[in-house]
Design a protein around this ligand. Sequence first.
Ligand code: 1HN
Length: 349
Amino acid sequence: MNTNLPEARRALYHDMQALHLIPLWESLHTLVPRQPTPDYEAALWRYQDILPHLMRAGEVISAEEAVRRVLVLENPGLQGSASITRSLYAGLQLILPGEVAPAHRHTQAALRFIVQGKGAYTAVNGERTTMHPGDFILTPSWTWHDHGNPGIDGVSEPVVWLDGLDIPMTRFFNGGFAENGDAASQPVARPEGHSFAAYGHNMAPVHQCGTGGSSPIFNYPYERSREALETLRRQQEIDAWVGVKLRYVNPLTGGAPMPTIGACMQLLPAGFEGLPHRSTDGTVYSVVEGRGSATIGGRRFEFAPRDTFVVPSWATLALDALDDAVLFSFSDRPVLQAIGQLREEFLPE
Ligand code: 1HN
């Protein structure tokens, strides 16, 4: 062996550079960490802080010009990436009365979680659904979608929702394709409520057995999810870590509503002091009802209705509720599950 090793190594690395060769042994420990070491942070966006900026955006650009008028919630640890976790994107979208966000489709899958206002709809593959706060709406990969806010029942108001997309995953795999529609609003092919009637009642059409990758239900109404949580909190023991928590399913498979994104809704009874837990799926939470706090990796964030917060992979999360609190959440869980990398831990305290 060479007697002046440091010098000999440096010389070797230098001479290898032009051939695009690097020594594995210098970075092995960071390439294969003993546990997840996310390069993004826990963070909370207060709706109260965001809303004035969103309304100002409504004054400076139309939905039509913007195509989608969205303020992206960019993780402070991932500046320039338009990502909220390594694999997911989130943003708050505003559509004002009378506006239309034109039809397009892309391979990126999207969800909408309605945060405020009524009178808007989203259309997916020829069917419209009216959005209500707390509704969980899907626009699966490559489905045509557009949004409009014509108002309803004499109500005409701004509507805001949280968009969640698998944009960073699509970017990672270089699988992004997109197309614009011929018209701003896609033609209506089926009456509103069709998908929910066909698939939303633990039944499915006998002549349609295609499963596809995504749920045929594209609006999971808050009314139903809230009612289920309310009944269960009275009938069953409250889980010490998550309160009462249900996951949204694709009724044809029992799996996640979309291949890349899973979602849940949970209720924390007033006074709940949850135990810490962690999982490898970086998760975005949207507060529907109630105040409380999320302690994420030892940092405490107080939350109020309509706030959004993000819990990094493998960071411990402990949830407390002052009032009855309802939280919606979404993550890359189905992907981690599919590749054998989903791990969860429920800690004693
Ligand atoms: C998109 O299609 C929507 O349809 C929202 O509302 C946000 C962000 C990036 C790419 C496509 C929408 C989006 C998006």
